[in-house]
Design a protein around this ligand. Structure first.
Ligand code: 5AD
Ligand code: SF4
Length: 436
């Protein structure tokens, strides 16, 4: 009988959680755990949770309900809750669902092996002084051509609706050398396309030989790694955009023409109530500067509709901003009150008003997304193949603008970065053929 134990991780929420889940799997590997896609055969189930919106929280408890049958059939199975709900609710989760064996917050993943062995108390939601990253094992094993790399964590912005400053803590940046060595390791294992992650990634302030290094300088240092072809970063706040980062979009060829820049609302009154500390006008000016540096940059954003006090006129201002910018894609959400945040004290709008606004906004954004996709037809760009397509002789990957592309290429291999001509478009994907 093998000593190997099986680990099943379910990841909810953002790309930071995807990255953290990968690191948790790596932390458990020396303990003899290999990952499985089947929760039923797992010895350890980890739910890496998201707290940002109401539905994310409801999902955790319904998933725990479903896991009960698996645990009844396999009483040795351990169940752990990680991520932002773990951080926010701590021991409350075990009180509510006693079959949960351990609760571990995002800053304590390096202590996961001890929690699973049962040598530490079952709840760890500390914010340790030492960085968890330095205490986690190096990243090993073969992987695909794209990867995330966390360079910054936490947020000091305290937008009135958001739990992140409470669950992820204050802004912390990883030192430049640590980021570079993790990136080199990933490139050695075949990664060509790296997305730098941070809740406030453009507030990155690392150090190198005692000097302060901002995100643009970090990107330049990473771009020197041979074999690393593409860089992106997410998520940014409009108020932390440094001049050299905007410039880098025009001068650093490995920095892709893509920017995710959440605006949340187009109404200055609502932006103020949200404590965003920028205006619609300052956002539009910023966008103009990015477009001056890199005319073909594709912009994406996040929107919240139905924030407390949002009037029809406020919502119209949001639609006007969207029409003015022209987004390639956007995530839009109906406001949901998060306990402990300032906005949660305010009276909510009727659900049907928020629902109707969300539909209108999403229809407008979908129309813009379709226009951005259509505009690619006839253009030549690069696609990094991530997998084999469903059709024979087809490869699937992402373009420079992060659009999904299906390429007819019978000799293509995963990891190839290929020049293609875009021949067709739908709302969610493009069709292409290789060109020399
Ligand atoms: N309600 C709805 N959406 C929210 N977001 C963050 N907090 C809330 C909330 N309480 C959205 C924001 C943010 C994205 C990650 O989630 O748009 O940019
Ligand atoms: Fe939340 Fe605002 Fe920080 Fe983004 S900038 S993580 S929305 S508090």
């Amino acid at each position: 009988m093998s000593d190997l134990k099986k680990l099943f991780i379910k990841t909810y929420g953002c790309q930071m959680n995807v990255y953290d889940s990968e690191r948790m799997a790596e932390a458990m590997a020396p303990e003899g755990y290999v990952t499985t896609e089947d929760a039923g055969e797992a010895d350890l189930v980890l739910l890496n949770t998201c707290h940002i919106r109401e539905k994310a929280g409801d999902k955790l408890y319904s998933d725990l309900g479903r896991l009960r049958a698996l645990k009844d059939a396999k009483p040795d199975m351990k169940i752990g809750v990680a991520g932002c709900i773990a951080q926010a609710e701590g021991a409350e989760i075990i009180r509510r669902v006693p079959m949960v064996d351990l609760v571990v917050g995002p800053q304590a993943y390096h202590r996961l092996p001890a929690l699973v062995r049962g040598t530490d108390s079952p709840v760890d939601t500390d914010f340790p002084v030492e960085s968890k990253f330095d205490l986690l094992p190096a990243r090993k094993g073969l992987r695909g051509p794209t990867a995330f790399l966390t360079v910054q964590e936490g947020c000091d912005k305290f937008c009135a609706f958001c739990v992140v400053p409470y669950t992820r803590g204050a802004e912390v940046s990883r030192p430049v050398e640590r980021v570079l060595s993790e990136a080199r390791g990933l490139v050695e294992r075949g990664v060509k396309d790296l997305t730098l992650l941070g809740q406030n990634v453009n507030a990155y302030h690392g150090t190198q030989n005692g000097a302060d290094v901002g995100l643009a300088q970090l990107i330049d240092a990473l771009a020197k790694i041979d074999g690393l072809e593409r860089l992106r970063y997410t998520t940014s706040h409009p108020n932390d955009m440094a001049d050299d980062l905007i410039e880098a979009h025009g001068t650093q060829p490995k920095l892709m023409p893509y920017l995710h820049l959440p605006v949340q609302s187009g109404s200055d009154r609502i932006l103020k109530a949200m404590n965003r500390k920028h205006t619609a006008e300052s956002y539009l000016r910023l966008i103009e500067r990015f477009r001056a540096a890199r005319p073909d940059i594709l912009l994406t954003s996040d929107f919240i509709v139905g924030f407390p006090g949002e009037t029809d006129a406020d919502f119209e201002a949001t639609l006007a901003l969207i029409r003015q910018v022209g987004f390639g894609m956007a995530y839009s959400f109906k406001y949901s009150a998060r306990p402990g945040t300032p906005a949660a004290e305010k009276p909510e709008l009727p659900a049907d008003v928020a629902d109707a606004r969300l539909q209108i906004l999403q229809a407008l954004v979908t129309q813009q997304q379709r226009a951005a996709q259509d505009a690619m037809v006839g253009q030549v760009c690069h696609v990094l193949y991530e997998k084999v397509g469903r059709m024979p002789g087809q490869m699937v990957g992402k373009s420079d603008h992060l659009m999904a592309v299906h390429v007819t290429d019978a000799t293509g291999k995963v990891g190839d970065l290929v020049r293609v001509l875009i021949t067709g478009a739908s709302t969610n994907s493009l069709a292409a053929v290789p060109v020399v």
